[in-house]
Design a binder for this molecule. Structure first.
Ligand code: TXE
Length: 482
């Protein structure tokens, strides 16, 4: 087992206590960098979810529900500080668990700390309105927590996604049941234990690791859960929404994308180039907002393909601890999925590809690959690969750029590179996406910036103040006093 762990990951954290899952079952834990089995995690099931929901209900109706907003904020702020102190250990745990290069894992831990700082500060600044109404009435609104919130988190950015979802839910007074991904539950458990250490009341945050089809399905179908936030695949997101619909429970879905960066011939190429490649290979391409399509105005096409191709050829891939440009993928399953896409790219021109050096045989590595001249309707230009694979697509004019950019089922984010201010404004309006970046991509991932998709990228908004609205329900109070 990993040296850095100070807890037993074969247990769940329910009601402030470490408890073995009811059947005592475990799942194997693999190091993606080597493929070696390095331990075991809890395989929680329906009975554990029942216990976690009961404990969250008691917290929401009890100590946590009575905690004033300012005090909730203080607890989250203290938790953010503790996370920041533990950045190195959290990064090492994450790197071993998900194969992320250490620097990127560290950035995730710092982002988690920043979410807690932001939502800690916001907790006592969310309020309702007074509404002018008929003579003799005073009308006001109250923003109240949903109650028990369920959080189903994927494996690609566990710490960041926990920060944006659990952070906002706790800030608004909800009690949470968190089901981390079976491939990445260690930092979720670590986080919940740190929360306990700073005095989060028992039951306010419960973590039940396990399979999606068992613990995940039990959580989404549970009648005691009042809101579900899910990040993952489109297919699973649809199942989550169906299950929640049976209990008429609201859901927030973040389901990834096929996000473009659109490069016009007047773009500042020097500024754009690092973003064009990094946004495709960060976290080995396993990023919901990865930019997997590069749309280039035809005049620049050859030059850009050459520049980007050279960057690809220089990329270094290694174990998480080697801390290079890219690590392994999360799992053998994900490696198989990405290799399937690469096979479907056979016959296409490869503008650049990283060389895999001397890597552990069992690790889940694939060579980052850039395809050029890809038709907009090709599977590589339509479907989410979730691996270090980008395509370059040429276009002639603005109208065609918009048509290609909007021509997938997804709509999460997009980047536009042009010096023409009027065109920037037109493109920002024309693109169907939850976030549009003008002359940048990702805007540094700011926790303040509302984030979410349209179309198959999902619905609802996370991050920023917007998330606080999503984790509350609005009550209107109309008082008649004559
Ligand atoms: O996703 P799943 P997987 C996409 C990406 C990737 C593909 C498959 O394209 O290649 O999904 O990844 C839980 N009820 N994204 O199989 O199944 C599961 O335990 C409730 C994009 O890992 O969606 C995990 O915690 N929960 C994405 C979470 O859902 C269930 C991030 C995600 O797993 C469940 C990850 C069920 N029936 C993958 N089945 C993004 N938007 O960033 C599974 N889960």
């Amino acid at each position: 087992m990993l040296q850095d762990l100070w807890f037993d990951p074969a247990k769940c954290l329910i009601g402030g206590e470490w408890v073995a899952p009811s059947g005592g079952a475990t799942l194997p834990l693999f190091d993606p960098s080597t493929g070696e089995e390095i331990g075991a995690i809890a395989r929680g099931g329906a009975a554990d979810i029942d216990a976690a929901v009961a404990s969250a209900t008691a917290a929401w109706q009890g100590a946590w529900g009575r905690t004033p907003a300012a005090e909730r904020g203080r607890i989250l702020t203290a938790l953010g500080r503790l996370v920041a102190e533990k950045v190195d250990v959290l990064a090492r745990i994450e790197a071993a668990d998900v194969g992320k290069p250490l620097k990127q894992a560290r950035a995730d831990a710092l982002a988690l700390a920043r979410y807690l700082e932001f939502y800690g500060g916001a907790a006592d600044k969310l309020h309702g309105d007074t509404i002018p109404y008929l003579d003799g009435y005073t009308v006001y609104t109250l923003r109240e927590p949903h109650g028990v919130t369920g959080h189903i988190v994927p494996w690609n950015y566990p710490m960041q996604i926990i920060g944006r979802s659990v952070g906002a839910a706790l800030a608004t007074g909800n009690a949470c049941v968190l089901k981390p991904a079976e491939d990445a539950c260690l930092t979720a458990l670590a986080f919940a234990d740190l929360a306990r250490q700073v005095g989060l009341p028992e039951g306010a945050l419960n973590v039940v690791p396990g399979l999606g089809s068992e613990a995940g399905a039990a959580l989404t179908a549970h009648p005691g859960v009042h809101h579900i936030s899910f990040t993952g695949s489109v297919a699973t997101g649809a199942m989550v929404q169906e299950a929640a619909a049976r209990n008429v429970v609201p859901v927030t879905l973040e389901l990834g994308g096929k996000s473009p960066q659109i490069v016009f011939e007047d773009a500042d190429l020097e500024a754009a180039l690092p973003f064009l490649v990094n946004a495709g290979i960060q976290n080995c391409g396993q990023t919901c907002s990865a930019s997997s399509r590069i749309l280039v105005q035809r005049k620049l096409y050859e030059q850009l393909a050459e520049f980007m191709g050279a960057r690809y050829a220089a990329l270094r891939v290694g174990r998480a601890v080697d801390d290079l440009d890219a690590g392994p993928l999360i799992s053998a399953k994900q490696k198989g999925l990405v290799e399937g896409f690469l096979a479907r790219g056979e016959g296409l021109e490869i503008a650049g590809q990283a060389q895999l050096g001397d890597l552990p045989d069992g690790g889940y590595y694939v060579a980052p690959t850039l395809f050029s001249g890809v038709a907009p309707d090709h599977t590589l230009a339509q479907d989410e690969v979730f691996g270090p694979v980008q395509v370059i697509i040429p276009f002639d004019d603005e109208a065609e750029a918009v048509q290609i950019a909007n021509g997938t089922d997804y709509g999460l984010v997009a980047g536009v590179w042009t010096r023409d201010g009027a065109r920037q404004m037109r493109m920002a309006k024309a693109i169907r996406a939850g976030q549009v970046f003008l002359n940048n991509y990702g805007a540094g991932g700011g926790v303040e910036l509302p984030f979410g998709g349209i179309g198959k990228s999902g619905h609802g908004r996370e991050k920023g103040f917007e998330a606080l609205y999503g984790f509350t329900t609005l009550k209107t109070v109309a008082a008649f006093h004559g």
